[in-house]
Design a protein around this ligand. Structure first.
Ligand SMILES: [Mg+2]
Length: 365
């Protein structure tokens, strides 16, 4: 194959950003978020990408995947993706290796956009100018008053008519917390809940019945994500029109195909920073088209935007609290949504983001 833009260098940096206060969901507690930021240089341009993963992911980029990419053609994103997938085989297709690969795939699409002078969404085949978002946060670490105010802010101040809260840490309290949030956001906003795998299947079905009384229309990962039969059982038991969302940990098309085949999701979720970057997200979109199922993105909204603008099955982007704070603080070009819709700036090539290096370096891990 020709090589019009040989890759000169690949770099990776880890930044650990503390949360404003300790946070938790149904199954995890944390007090900081680590971003792995990558750069790929070719043809006088620099492509950027990132993922949220342990700092060791940066070493995997530098020690393994940089060598796979260096010297190869930056424009042949499909070949670069396939070679990275082949190179991580012995390190595990699902997990950190795919998160490294995902950051690099996004950087390759950003680089291609800069080399060709076009937004990444145009190169991917844009289907829309803006993508709807839903506000996502509502941690289980918040007391009820804090939770209600936090959720009301998405709908009121930020004008986003869809919001998601965490459940599952103290299941017996969940119906009351959900009812309090419904009261705070008013009758019209869509309300989603995410259990992060905390429930048992029949417990989830019973709680879903009670959540439905507060107008909950989306129950995410009710039981452990690898328990596809358990998730499918819950999906068969929840009241109509509640939908089950699943897929945020998927790293490969094979995993998404298994979730869909098991009937474990009404809406497939895919995370650009885990599922293979834009290449993997568009593959997940193809699987959704094959089953006429909607696709919703997970995490990292500003890394996701251009792939979401291209995905034909897209329903919405998760506008996740922790990641929004980090991305709006560290990147130029991370503009807020307008009335619940996130738009790309058509004058910016690639993914339209630029790291504010001095701000990021304060958090060097
Ligand atoms: Mg989730």
């Amino acid at each position: 194959m020709s090589n019009r833009a040989p890759i000169k260098s690949v770099d990776a940096f880890a930044y650990t950003i503390p949360t404003q206060e300790p946070e938790s969901d149904g199954t995890l507690e944390w007090h900081a978020t680590t971003m792995i930021y990558v750069e790929i240089r070719a043809g006088g341009q620099t492509g950027i990408g990132y993922t949220y993963a342990h700092a060791c992911t940066a070493a995997l980029v530098r020690d393994l995947l940089a060598g796979v990419l260096t010297g190869k053609d930056a424009l042949q994103t499909g070949a670069r993706y396939a070679q990275m997938v082949a190179a991580i085989r012995n390190n595990g297709r699902e997990g950190i290796a795919s998160m490294a690969l995902s950051a690099l795939d996004v950087a390759l699409w950003d680089l291609k956009g800069k080399l060709l002078g076009a937004p990444a969404s145009a190169l991917l085949g844009a289907t829309r100018d803006g993508a709807p978002v839903y506000g996502s946060g509502g941690f289980t670490s918040y007391d009820q008053a804090q939770l209600a105010a936090h959720m009301a802010r998405w709908v009121g101040e930020l004008e986003i008519p869809r919001v998601k809260m965490k459940v599952g840490r103290e299941p017996w309290r969940d119906p009351r917390r959900v009812a309090a949030v419904r009261e705070s956001i008013g009758p019209d906003a869509q309300l989603f809940v995410d259990a992060d795998g905390a429930y048992a299947p029949k417990q989830a079905a019973e709680l879903a019945r009670r959540f439905a009384q507060s107008g909950v229309v989306w129950l995410e990962e009710p039981v452990y994500h690898r328990d596809l039969q358990g998730n499918a059982l819950v999906r068969s038991l929840v009241p109509v029109p509640m939908e089950i969302g699943n897929g945020e940990y998927g790293c490969s098309p094979a995993t998404f195909a298994q979730i869909l085949a098991a009937g474990a999701a009404d809406v497939l979720q895919a995370d650009v920073t885990r599922c293979g970057g834009f290449s993997g997200f568009i593959a997940a979109d193809g699987l959704c088209q094959s089953q006429t199922r909607p696709l919703s993105s997970h995490g990292a909204p500003y890394a996701t935007l251009h792939a979401a603008l291209a995905a034909k099955s897209l329903r919405h982007i998760e506008f996740y609290y922790d990641h929004v704070l980090i991305e709006q603080r560290l990147f130029d070009g991370a503009a807020p949504p307008k009335r619940g819709v996130l738009f790309a700036d058509p004058t910016r090539p690639g993914i339209g983001l630029q790291l504010r290096r001095p701000d990021a370096e304060r958090y060097a891990a």
